[in-house]
Design a protein around this ligand. Sequence first.
Ligand code: SF4
Length: 375
Amino acid sequence: MAGIYIHIPFCKKACFYCDFHFSVSFQQKDEVVASLIKELKERKNFIGQEEVKTIYFGGGTPSVLSAGNISEILKEVYAQYTVNDNAEITFECNPDDLSKEYLVGLKECGVNRLSIGIQSLNDESLTWMNRSHNVTQALQAIDSAAAFGFRDMSIDLIYGIPMLTEDEWRQTLKRALAMPINHLSAYSLTLEENTPYNKLVEQKKYKKPNDDDASRHFEILLEEIKLAGWEHYEVSNFCKAGNYSKHNTAYWQNVKYLGIGPSAHSFDGRGRHWNVRSNKEYIQKTQAGESVSESEELSTKDIVNETLLTGLRTKWGVNLAEVKEQYEYDIAATNQTQIMEWQQKDWLEMKDGVLRLRADGFLFADYIASELFVL
Ligand code: SF4
């Protein structure tokens, strides 16, 4: 079983907090599409005969491409790889791109899951983030997509925004959870280096995100998720009964995936591979038949640490017996005192050889994992 991620490196506007790879110039759009198709052909052996169960268009903003472009790319995937009949095909999109014609086009291509970048249900916050859509467009996009038969829909929301009050955040969640969606990804605003947001903070024009506000927003998020009867299955991901993102869940469970496109990452079970982070270089190298990726072999220590980092973020936790058997490292024995202390604080539990976080511990998932790392 394997997954394919396809990175579309274009956006209409630069959201000021974003450090993903994208360009707001569309001049090289056709060349990038041609290169994606070429890379799909050339890296076929990365996956070999394994069945592809998930395909994920991310970015950037995949919805800046035409449905015709998406269809061409998907045709190449089907031509080169063995794709499961029920493969999950997710498409990240911005609400302002989801016209009726576009939704019909996506359906015809085989896209069966939408991940819509709503981010906020407050126009002031959307303007503050420099998003390209407004609340009316967000609500219309969700209604149209539901009307056109998209049953699997996820939205993204951001909390910890300086102007977002606790009450507004709670109301946003209540509205969102009543929408015809079955998945929510909610992220805390973070201040990344090399972003316009970071510059504005340095110039004292904008406020930094406040950790206490973000923690309180996270608590409200967990309260509203529980009230709505949804599942919390990864630190930032929530769904209606069992509607997990299959693609992302596979990442967290160390399943093999191939990343296509500039800046895309791949994982083959022992090594990580990453593509060049420049559209120009990506096009040149692909068209010249040169490799676009670099790689590193992971040591056993790296794999155990990654298993801790990703596993503890999910409701499935980390199977300590499996880690001991595969990597000869006994996490429980090495960290006995620390684990007991966190159990007493109700941050984590250990049941049937599986270490998993409790609701209070999710807030400290990365810290807990890093304290358990093999050094
Ligand atoms: S649309 Fe997404 S990828 Fe593009 S700038 Fe905004 S957050 Fe970043």
